[in-house]
Design a protein around this ligand. Sequence first.
Ligand SMILES: [Zn+2]
Length: 223
Amino acid sequence: MVWDEDTRDAAPFMTKPVAHHHPPIMMQAGFIRPMDLSGPPWGIPIRVTPFKAKHSSDVPNAMGMVVELLDEAGATQVRLGYTADTEYFDELAVHLKDCHILIAHISQPTNEELKSSTQGKKDHLGYRGTIRLMKECRPRLGLIGEFWAGFADLRIDLVKGIRSLSGCEEVFPAGIGMNIQLPGGGIQCTECGEYGPAKQIRVSPPTDLFGNLSYLCPACQLG
Ligand SMILES: [Zn+2]
């Protein structure tokens, strides 16, 4: 279970102790540094490089991170970027450059953002911040999450726009039931369970309001 102290303190109803498989990782908010978990006591071939994110004032310690999956020689096999909740800022693309997979929290775009390409969003990436990040980082696979969807389910429409305006074709709305194969970055078809290249996968909207998206391989689509 991934759980940070700020969230734990803010959500006292989740006080049941968690059984960890490994010693918990302590990332100091005021002293951000890379952590290599390959050695003892963890023995997990992962390097985590957190960075300070720019979220609302009630979450002063917000952090994004890059997680590198390492091979036995300690070389990076997969570089995975995670924005967490943050608004766009210039160094964000520097922190997240060269990622194979980039996970970005978009949140609900404002009306102003949808009308103007120069309008940013406070506290979250929003539509324009997500486009800018994808355009600057150009990951092999972009995954968009935290749509919020308080007004409408815009997941597919927003990602269509992000693809078009960022020039990155391999961007997908992430969702429950979406599985990614590592290190290759293939996406699992939610119908047959086979993994296929991201560019062959088509996303279909849910049949019920705000339901799960389907990720379909060519064999499972009826053209
Ligand atoms: Zn299939």
